[in-house]
Design a protein around this ligand. Structure first.
Ligand SMILES: Nc1ncnc2c1ncn2[C@@H]1O[C@H](COP(=O)(O)OP(=O)(O)OP(=O)(O)O)[C@@H](O)[C@H]1O
Ligand SMILES: [Mg+2]
Length: 573
């Protein structure tokens, strides 16, 4: 950084020396006292000054721009680290495309402000100050006159500065919208094509692009005023100098060399003046970008990261207790869970059934603190969730969520995701338990098969079983399966459950399902309706109640019987 600054100053000094040398040269020659030596002296010195400029310009560029790259790197890492700790609720109301745009476009604008911006400010300040000083040394009165047009620049900047800043923010905001649109269209390209919406989406994109172009053109137009006005003003200054200075030379109160030198310095002022405009440009874009980046950093991270729990446990047994748990997603949303009280002793299975939207997923999302439960409502081994270190808590829970996400990496990487230290045997055991092995053997690269974006090359059931293997290999004392068999046929499901029984001995499990067959062997089953537990007990007890569970069971039994009947009928015909 300091080397860069020093090199910048040396470069400027080189530049500033040239008009002064020209002045001295002219005065010496015109005085007619030149000898062969001096005839060569000035051109040689001018070439030298230019050479110094060339060399040191290289140094300041590499050093100052390198500096801004370092800051950018640090800052970007900090933001990504922060993003990963933000509460899930943040991501439900923030769009991925918008975040991507901030991390790329806004980051670039911010870096340019740091690199080019800082450089240009220092460069301009130094050049202006020294040029002015040298001009004053040559002729104070002429300096004063030539600066007359200057205040108008300030007025110009003040007049349009704010409006340009606002416009930059609009442009960057719109770029976010544009990125989001593209990102969602690519992620959802199946839907777009399946619903033949290519043209519609194209048109929509065209509209968005057009608006982006219009915003940018407007910005260009506003900037369009700046450069010509600056040029006119510097032309005006030059005119004043030529007129007044010319008269002085004619009257003999100023030497021709002085006038040429003075004029040279005036010329050197033009670039910094324009640079000021450029810096304001960079600064406004950069600070608009910085504001958008700081917005991310200003969002508080999830509660578990803010106040880490401190109770150390050597081993989680897996007893889960919910005490009168009420939960709503946002302060103004309706209650999703209403007074849930439930104890799942360590090493037992709990089945959860209920209609769609009853709050089953919500209930289990609270256990690993994906959403923050109210204080005093959830206990594991008798310890309140927030008192457990986040790491301990999350290590203890194997979670297969309802909407599976797989990374665009190999099957192996995906299964090992939560337990990089697992051995190949662990991997195979987990795949076996999840009934995944036969599917994997069909792939040429087996575990090293690469999954496309979001694992498009796996079937729905294969994805679910991969996710199951990912949870099993963590070897967790608590396993949560949220509708994890919905895309798996009943026979495979039965095989998985049968195998899991052995693996799960001594572990706690919560099984959420729409199928009675998944939960009927659980130690206890709860029926959730509108965020409340309306029935609880074992399969037999719930059947005896002849309530919701019983009716669900009857319906599913009937469907199965009908299926079996039509299968047989199909076989006979
Ligand atoms: N992230 C969220 N933010 C706000 N509301 C949500 C969120 N997730 C779910 N909800 C709401 O909470 C309620 C319960 O949803 P939940 O996903 O827990 O139901 P579910 O029982 O798992 O349903 P399903 O059987 O369809 O999976 C729904 O009304 C849903 O709209
Ligand atoms: Mg659900």
């Amino acid at each position: 950084m300091f080397i860069g600054l020093a090199a910048l100053i040396v470069t400027d000094v080189g530049g500033l020396a040239i008009p002064w040398l020209t002045k001295d040269a002219l005065d010496t020659y015109l005085a007619g006292s030149e000898r062969t030596v001096t005839l060569w002296k000035y051109p040689a010195l001018i070439v030298l000054a230019a050479g110094v400029q060339v060399i040191f310009r290289y140094f300041w560029r590499t050093h100052l721009f390198g500096f801004s790259r370092h800051i950018e790197w640090d800052f970007r890492n900090a933001i990504v680290a922060h993003l990963q700790r933000l509460p899930l609720s943040y991501f439900t109301h923030t769009k991925t495309g918008d975040l991507m745009s901030r991390l790329t476009n806004d980051m670039v604008s911010f870096r340019e402000m740091l690199g080019m911006g800082v450089m240009a400010v220092i460069d301009a300040a130094f050049t202006i100050a020294t040029s002015l000083l040298l001009m004053v040394v040559i002729d104070p009165w002429l300096t004063l006159w030539s600066l007359l047009p200057l205040p108008s620049i300030t007025i110009l900047v003040l007049l349009i500065g704010n409006r340009i800043f606002d416009r930059y923010r609009d442009v960057q905001r719109h770029l976010s919208t544009l990125s989001t649109f593209v990102q969602e269209n690519l992620a959802g390209v199946r839907v777009v094509q399946a619903y033949v919406q290519e043209e519609n989406q194209q048109r929509h994109f065209d509209d968005l692009s057009r608006e982006y172009r219009a915003l940018n053109l407007d910005l260009v137009k506003r900037w369009g005023y700046v450069t010509p006005v600056m040029t006119v003003l510097s032309g005006l200054a030059a005119t004043i100098v030529l007129w007044l200075g010319g008269r002085k030379v004619a009257m003999g109160t100023m030497s021709l060399g002085e006038l040429v030198g003075f004029y040279g310095y005036l010329g050197m002022l033009t670039w910094p003046m324009l640079a000021i405009g450029y810096v304001i440009n960079l600064y406004q874009r950069g600070s608009a970008a910085l504001a958008r980046l700081l917005e991310i950093l200003d969002t508080p991270v999830a509660a578990g990261y803010q106040v880490p729990g401190t109770v150390q446990v050597s081993e989680v047994r897996g007893e889960i207790e919910l005490r009168n748990l009420f939960f709503r997603y946002t302060p103004d949303a309706p209650l999703t869970l209403q007074g849930i009280t439930l104890t799942i002793p360590a090493g037992t299975w709990c089945g959860v059934v209920g209609e769609t939207g009853a709050g089953k997923t919500t209930l289990v999302s609270l256990l690993p603190r994906l959403y923050e439960p109210p204080p005093g409502t959830i206990f594991i081994d008798g310890i309140e969730l927030c008192e457990l270190p986040l790491q301990t808590l999350k290590q203890a829970i194997g979670f297969v969520s309802q909407d599976i996400f797989l990374f665009s990496e190999t099957i192996r990487d995906n299964i090992l995701f939560g337990n990089g230290g697992a051995t190949s045997e662990d991997l195979e055991t987990a795949a076996d338990l999840a009934q995944l092995t036969s599917s994997i053997q069909e792939f040429t690269h087996q575990f090293d098969t690469l999954l496309g974006e979001r694992g498009v090359r796996l079937s729905g059931g294969q994805k679910q079983r991969t996710a199951l293997a990912r949870a099993i290999i963590k070897n967790p004392p608590i396993l949560i399966l949220d509708d994890a068999f919905s895309s798996v046929d009943i026979e495979t499901e039965e095989r998985i459950l049968e195998q899991l029984k052995g693996f799960m001995r001594g572990r706690t499990a919560i099984l959420i399902s729409h199928r009675i067959s998944t939960v009927m062997e659980a130690d206890q089953i709860v029926y959730l309706k509108d965020g409340r537990i309306v029935e609880r007990g074992s399969h037999e007890e719930l059947l005896a109640l002849r309530g919701y569970y019983y009716r669900l069971y009857r319906r599913q039994l009937l469907t199965r019987e009908l299926d079996a009947l039509s299968d047989n009928g199909g076989a006979r015909s």
